[in-house]
Write a protein that binds this ligand. Structure first.
Ligand SMILES: Nc1ncnc2c1ncn2[C@@H]1O[C@H](COP(=O)(O)OP(=O)(O)OP(=O)(O)O)[C@@H](O)[C@H]1O
Ligand SMILES: O=P(O)(O)OC[C@H]1O[C@H](OP(=O)(O)OP(=O)(O)O)[C@H](O)[C@@H]1O
Length: 214
């Protein structure tokens, strides 16, 4: 049986930390990971194939089974609600999702406008609060929305808090802590249980040892 596992990796912010983690867990990732523009990288000596995807798309590849496993931010998992197993918190790329807005803006309408790259998370959060809202989906520069009157509030990622601060916005409510997760396609988990469990355990040991040192 072909035991090569396909792993969907998020390009961008998470990528470097995820590659470091895999290297530390003993996977021999070639220099291509540091410099190339290739979107498929085979590592035959580890029986692994990596596909490099947009972070928001990683659970889609895993749900459809074209990747057996993947790494995705919890923010993406909450937004996409894909049918995949979330098997390990890798504890990398930490940040959080928050509601933010201009300070002192309490002359609110019945259904305030909320701009976000995470429309499902935003809608779900306010529904739980019993608050009617109108969600406006944006793809970036979310902090712009309240500054130019497109929205009353935003739901966005906060890491250092610098973007909010430099744009004169304040955090209003914290929604969820975010780290990256190892995710698995359910059918692949049954088919490749031994290999996938071995990877999960290797990474779990590493993540726990890092946690103890911190
Ligand atoms: N400051 C941050 N801003 C956004 N995402 C962050 C931050 N810190 C960690 N993350 C994690 O990184 C992931 C996003 O990575 P990145 O910003 O590279 O992708 P992206 O949102 O697709 O970016 P872009 O649309 O700008 O290409 C998120 O899913 C989140 O889990
Ligand atoms: O708290 P901070 O450390 O400032 O980080 C948070 C900012 O980083 C992200 O934006 P990104 O840089 O991905 O740009 P974008 O506007 O294109 O999404 C996020 O959407 C916030 O705007």
């Amino acid at each position: 049986m072909n035991t090569t596992l396909t792993m969907a990796m998020p390009k961008g912010r998470i990528f470097e930390e995820a590659v470091d983690l895999l290297k530390q867990a003993g996977y021999p990732l070639p220099p291509e990971f540091d410099e190339s523009r290739k979107l498929i990288i085979d590592v035959p000596e580890a029986e692994l194939r990596f596909i490099l995807a947009k972070p928001m798309d990683v659970p889609t590849y895993v749900e459809h089974g074209v990747a057996d496993i993947g790494i995705a931010g919890k923010d993406v998992m909450l937004e996409e609600e894909r049918d995949v197993y979330e098997v390990l918190d890798l504890n990398i790329s930490a940040c959080y999702l928050a509601v933010a807005g201009l300070p002192g803006g309490n002359h609110e309408r019945i259904a305030p406008k909320i701009a976000s790259k995470y429309p499902n998370v935003a809608a779900h959060y306010f529904r739980e609060q019993g608050q009617q809202v109108e969600v406006i989906k944006l793809n970036g520069s979310i902090e712009l929305a309240p500054l130019i009157g497109l929205a009353d509030h935003i739901v966005d990622i906060v890491s250092t808090g610098r973007t909010l601060k430099e744009n004169g916005l304040v955090e209003l409510e914290r929604i969820a802590d975010i780290t990256s997760r190892l995710i698995v396609n359910p059918a692949s988990y049954r088919l490749h249980a031994v290999r996938i469990n071995e990877m999960v355990e290797r990474l779990r040991t590493l993540v726990e040892s890092k946690g103890e040192k911190a």
